[in-house]
Design a protein around this ligand. Sequence first.
Ligand code: UD1
Length: 421
Amino acid sequence: MDKLIITGGKQLSGELRISGAKNSALPILAGALLSETPVTIGNIPHLHDITTTMELLGRMGVQLIIDEKMNIEIDTSTIKNFEAPYELVRTMRASILVLGPLLARFGSAHVSLPGGCAIGTRPVDIHLDGLAKMGADIKVEGGYILAQAKRLKGANLVMEKITVTGTENLLMAATLAKGKTVIENAAKEPEVSDLAHFLNKMGAKITGIGTDILEIDGVDQLGAKDLHYNILPDRIETGTYLVAAAMTGGNITVKNTRPSILDAVLEKLKEAGAEISTGDDWIKLDMKGKKPQAVSVRTAPYPAFPTDMQAQFTAMNAIAEGVAVITETVFENRFMHVQEMQRMGADIQLESHNAICKGVEKLAAAPVMATDLRASASLVLAGLVAEGDTMVDRIYHIDRGYDHIEEKLAQLGAKIRRIPN
Ligand code: UD1
């Protein structure tokens, strides 16, 4: 397994281009299964989860052509099976996103129950309940979801809990259902909206995009000639590099991003003492060499502070001035980075879903192990400010969701290298 070695102590500065959003690319690639005609998706990030999705679609018989600019053309006319096997789904939970499209368009889906990040139990009951309400016959057997439906029918769906991929799965299923579907208490994450805009470009009839009530009038088929859709920039990647710069007292500009979808994160960075300026597609952060102030955050669904930025802010608080509390309300068990940070000298106490962080003067390098995607990133950030060489092991988690992290950090002046296995 590859490892990253980070020598701490460098102040980050310079410019960086942000990649396309993983959490948009995954549902949109799955959504392409709904199209009768080939579609091309652009601004796709170089990530292991994208490779996994391509393999998943490829095994179904879907034709994929990828060019050197990472545009992916998807042609579903050769599809021959509707299965998402365990060996792929277990490495990427988001594989569940093929369930709605397969069922809606082909009337059948055989999808392994997901594994993925070790951050809580993360069930898919809301996905399955919604599809059942739309008339699907659903069984769970041998670790697989077996779903059948002649044609899904529109339904009134009130989501018991806000779920991002749950909303996306049901949204995709509803586009081809007979009649109208209303999804209440829908997730409002920008990536859900990006998927909805993509589906509308294919001919879907979705209104209420960006709100918590999505209304979908089902159509008979989807597809648009020569459709090329560029996915939105990755707000979590953006936030991660901004926090990295803030922790090192640095000064960076991130480009090809979208500040309007990062309000909660930018507010907290300002509270930490960063000077922030923004344009349509760029964000500049300047710490003027100062240490950050500790900031308390509470994660919740969008537009509140994202759980996917929680670990990075925990890392920042570990070396900040003062005391702050990080409260995780979206996932149980999403503090596995804390133990590793403690091994680097961080003073963080866990009390149920709160992490009480008392900033220390310095972290000390240690070998650490990543346990999930964002936790891994937070350990890299901790390494940037630790004294000595921090070795982050099991970085396949990082490669799932960060496009060339070591190259991007090196571009900003970090001392970081990958040790291939
Ligand atoms: C998505 C994101 C992930 C992010 C998370 C929360 C993708 C590919 N992944 O994950 O990066 O951290 O949103 O913003 O977009 N739940 C249920 N039953 C269900 C579904 C979810 O109880 O059927 C619960 C989960 O256990 C969790 C909460 O709902 O406590 C939110 O999870 P959800 O929004 O579904 O996360 P994902 O869509 O898996």
